[in-house]
Design a protein. Sequence first.
Lengths: 409, 131, 119
Amino acid sequence: MKQLLSVALGVLTAIGGFVDIGDLVTSGLVGSRFGLSLAWATLVGVVGICLFAEMSGRVAAVSGRATFDLVRERLGPRAGLANLAASFLITVLTFAAEVGGIALALELASSVNYLLWVPAAGLAVWLVIWRVRFSVLENVFGLLGLALVVFAVALWKLSPSWSDLAHQVLAPHNPSGEGLPTYFYYAIALFGAAMTPYEVFFFSSGGVEEHWTKRDIRTSRLNVFVGFPLGGLLSLSIAATAALVLLPRNIEVDALAQVGLPVAVAAGKLALAAAILGFVAATFGAALETGLSSGYAVAQYFGWQWGKLVRPREAARFHLVVLASTIAAVATILTTIDPIKVTEYSVVFSAVALPLTYLPILVISNDRDYMGDKVNGRVSNLLGSVFLVLVVVAAVAAIPLMLATKAGQ
Amino acid sequence: MTVAAGRVIDLHLHLLDRQVVDPDGRMVCKVDDLELELDERGRPYVTAILLGPRALGPRLGGRLGRWVAAIGERLAERDRPVSRIDFSLVTDIGSAIAVSRPRGRLDVIPLEDWVEEHVIARIPGSRHESE
Amino acid sequence: MRASDLLGREVLDRDGIRLGVVTDLRCVLDGPLRGGLCAPRVEALLVSRHRTGSLLGYDRNEQQGPWLLRVLVRLLHRRLTVVPWTVVETSQAGPLARPLALRVAAADLPAAEGRRTPG
């Protein structure tokens, strides 16, 4: 019974923890402009992150090594360092976006200007990383993030024509007024929002810290294959409610408030309160993950002790990096740059950085010296290769498309 | 992958850039480079693991590598040689390199000690695990 | 001497023909016993035509997937040669930038086609 509860907890946490500010903003924005005609991009991204996280989790369980540790090992110190620089910068950028997201959500809840919330949010995030137990940290925010289920409720309450929605998803078309480059730009954005590199750093590092062994592979797979797709469904609900409420009224999402508007319209004030709770939990949880991941990446490249399972004094350099990243993230948002803009950039750059960490994991999960008999099967390798091509294509196309469409105007 | 005498390994693939772990499971460092000596027949063999910026710099190569090595020179105490872990302390070559001595007694990570003493220890709560 | 002094060094055969660069050092654990393990002793150089940083492990294991990557890496490293240490001119195998010279002609060296590292 206890095991069943713990498995259920893991899955629920994975669902609630899937959505971050990138998913919130991008899904809402795409829904309000494209309806569900880009749902395929989210679906592809969800399959991708499931694949990527499963491989990383399996590698962590069998070899006891976390993702970035292996990046340097396989790519060598020079390419590994370039990889580290890019991954670290993008993780800190995402961290800044999440801190901005926390502040925006708190602004929605309190009507106090978001800038005033930023330092408090940064401090709170750092304090939780510093003092709160890893398991508590993961579970509390994951479970609270389930409040975002209210979007699915709102969708149901809007009584949409389900066949119409299905048609939009299955026969994607380009709504009037949007050019093809913009369409594909947002496809890459959705892809990058679902397949965030930091998620994998966090997932595999957590597995190593918790001393996963081969027996934990099954639980890890359950979390990934059940939790992540259901989390992806939450993202789709956000897009669908935006499509039903905002698109007909020509309201484009450029603030977090508009992402929650459909819920208020469909299900009332209490539901909106739940949505805001979900926003805070999702962004706070993601801020914790990106903060820790920035430390994981640097420490694992250089071979330093990292993690929360040892006393901070035994992982001094790791904690210093986390502290510095928190300060950098807070400072970025305090420059009064629009946090929504920061979010949009972070998801696109995530797509650009993706191949850097995906490739080493794909390679190692096939290495018998490391994995013994737990190497990738044919299906994993086939899918893995397909996604290798996809992530490279997305990475190469992202910046040109961003420049061509002026970031999706 | 455990190792017995007579086994074949490739230095770049199996030793370089691998994580070094102490008997308590603590991370020590990465294998930044390896020290080699020639035996009586002129064949090189590994005598130590080298670590730190002065070991990593040459492997990064180019201007960046020289800069990293220079930082190492600046940070190092005078006449202190490049940080090394003698190969006699290595007990296993697997997905990580295991050494027989706890990291506190290896005396190879001055930067960690410095950061610990001057930054982290000054923040309340640094003595406790938060699991 | 460091491993990094040997890795990346250019290798020329007896007639001055460039074989490639040293990408790895194949060792046997039969060196002087130090502590619990015998020291790894260099038995051969793995020389590849190109300077690609890492072989990612694909030259070692024949069956390592995925197929796409294996094919790409094999393509980049199709001229991988195993050079026994015994044929290396050791008079200058020190921390110098000059290429390593061999005592034999390239044609006399075995090519390494997907040889699996035992153990």
